[in-house]
Design a protein around this ligand. Structure first.
Ligand code: SAM
Ligand code: SF4
Length: 318
């Protein structure tokens, strides 16, 4: 379905939980967040008709995210169920990878197509510092299991931060020489926990690009996706740049979001939400989804200093 600005909205991102097994310092406070009540979270029984109607309205791609989606029980069965919807061409997930060693094969068999794995450092101590207690080896084993399960391409999302991991930009780039991974640098956004540190830690993707002078530009592999892709000579993988801050991609934005507590968010950077939780019938779900699509703003106004999101990333899912 088209929005008011004639963009074709075909991508729905669903956050299935606000909980997480890590506490990345720029995303969640150490003590965790005030968790949503169990009753406030959409059940998989409530989510299924929402996905069904979304597909009828032209959504062909779904990404499952969180919090950490793999901490939610029943996720594999849910993926198996939605994978049978004929209009759905692409089912992807964004995960921190901690539980992938256990789930990669099951996810593949359930019908998941692709995984984005978030990994901000290749150093063990630093991983523990950034995530507050995560074990890097668990993620590396998870990536191996993902490769073995044939879930490809594997995209590795890196939020580059000055003084935290910017000395590893070349290491991440080198990884694509040996492995067929798409490493994507994502600019830090001033949301939730990151609001206070963004000024000090923010690096533009342009700066990263300048530090990798051998990169060769590629035609955008994602079609309408926000990443701009490059590759090192003779490498197996590629390097992408997602620049929501320095070069917003609102013009080609094709997505809407659904939070774990059932709110449709037409734009990541706006606090405007529509409650879908009370919709009882498919007709009511359709009306609300259509309204969400039609009320998508033309663009976000972060750089102009618009009010930042009251929800942190762990509640929206990125
Ligand atoms: N827990 C999963 C994970 O980490 O992949 C899924 C949810 S997490 C919120 C999704 C993505 O958002 C991660 O890649 C994370 O690094 C990114 N993220 C979180 N806060 C961010 C911020 N302030 N700016 C940019 N990216 C952020
Ligand atoms: Fe959890 Fe992902 Fe946020 Fe890290 S970025 S705290 S893994 S939700």
């Amino acid at each position: 379905m088209k929005d008011k600005w004639t963009r074709d909205i075909n991508y729905l991102r669903i956050s299935i939980t606000d909980r997480c097994n890590l506490r990345c310092f720029y995303c969640m406070p150490e003590e965790g967040i005030q968790k949503l009540n169990h009753d406030d979270i959409l059940t998989f029984e409530q989510l299924y008709p929402i996905v069904e109607v979304a597909v009828e309205l032209g959504i062909s791609k779904i990404r499952i995210t969180g919090g950490e989606p793999l901490v939610r029980k029943g996720i594999v069965n849910f993926i198996e169920k939605i994978s049978k919807l004929s209009g759905l061409k692409d089912i992807a997930m964004t995960t921190n990878g901690i539980l992938l060693e256990r789930y990669a094969q099951e996810l593949k068999e359930a019908g998941l197509h692709r995984l984005n794995i978030s990994l901000d450092t290749l150093k063990e101590d630093r991983y523990k510092m950034i995530t507050r207690w995560g074990e890097l080896n668990q993620v590396l084993r998870g990536i191996e299991a993902t490769e073995k399960a044939g879930l490809s391409p594997i995209k590795i999302n890196v939020v580059a931060m000055r003084g935290i991991n910017d000395d590893e930009i070349e290491d991440f780039a080198r990884l694509t020489k040996e492995k067929p991974y798409h490493v994507r640098f994502i600019e830090l956004m001033p949301m939730g926990e990151a609001e206070e540190i963004e000024g000090e830690r923010f690096i533009t993707n342009e700066e990263i690009l300048n530090r990798l002078p051998d990169l060769i530009p590629l035609i955008n592999e994602d079609g309408s996706g926000p990443a701009k892709y490059y590759k090192l000579p003779n490498s197996k993988g590629s390097i992408g740049f997602i620049s929501p801050m320095s070069n917003h991609f609102c013009k080609s934005c094709n997505r809407i979001r659904l939070t774990a507590d059932g709110k449709i968010k037409p734009c990541l950077h706006s606090n405007f939400e529509i409650d879908l939780k009370l919709a009882k019938t498919k007709e009511e779900i359709r009306n609300i989804l259509q309204k969400g699509i039609l009320l998508k703003p033309e663009r976000h106004y972060l750089k102009e200093g618009s009010e930042s999101s009251i929800r942190g990333m762990n509640q929206i899912g990125g």
